[in-house]
Design a protein around this ligand. Structure first.
Ligand SMILES: Cc1cc2nc3c(=O)[nH]c(=O)nc-3n(C[C@H](O)[C@H](O)[C@H](O)COP(=O)(O)O)c2cc1C
Length: 159
């Protein structure tokens, strides 16, 4: 369970699906915190095995990430959280629970996030996380520095 610095109910209320990012790299200190949290996760709350990884743009080079494919729905993003789950009776719920914990930790750091369950190229992300037999990627997170909160909150997709 992550140690949030704010009440979880405040984080839930602050958070929105951000689709416009500033292209700045995620500060290294934040990357370290998120990676450290992810290394603690090896299973869901009911014991299904799962793992998560943070993929970030190197320096200012967002091109490599753009090549991963989000069908133009996400602008200026500088990272993704990709996860892979094994099979279990409630694997999707478990995966969602763990991903949401990571998402709220990112919100606590002031970062923007957007769940992507449909608008991403599965094969590209499968490659990034070295997906194994018996695993699948139900959804990923776009993650990055929010460009302008008002404009990001009022984007067409979100409305
Ligand atoms: C499991 C899941 C999958 C989602 N997949 C996508 C997606 O593929 N593309 C996208 O633009 N938004 C996706 N979303 C974000 C929803 O569209 C978003 O929750 C909705 O726009 C409500 O906005 P809000 O989260 O800012 O309140 C997904 C959300 C969830 C929970």
């Amino acid at each position: 369970m992550p140690n949030y610095t704010q009440p979880i109910t405040d984080l839930i209320q602050q958070r929105f699906s951000c689709r416009k990012y500033s292209r700045e790299p995620i500060p290294v200190r934040m990357q370290e915190k998120l990676r450290s949290l992810m290394t603690e996760v090896s299973s869901g709350p009911f014991g299904t095995s799962m793992r998560f990884d943070l993929i970030t743009a190197e320096g200012q080079d967002g091109k490599a990430l753009r090549g991963l494919g989000t069908y133009g729905f996400i602008q200026g993003v500088s990272g993704f959280v990709v996860g892979a789950t094994g099979t279990g009776q409630q694997d999707l719920e478990e995966y969602g629970y763990r991903m949401e914990q990571i998402l709220l930790a990112a919100t606590d750091l002031g970062l923007g996030t957007c769940w992507l369950g449909g608008t991403f190229t599965k094969s590209a992300f499968a490659n990034k996380i070295a997906l194994e037999d018996g695993e699948r990627i139900p959804a990923i997170l776009a993650i990055g520095v929010i460009q302008d909160e008002d404009s990001a909150r009022n984007g067409v997709m979100r409305l």
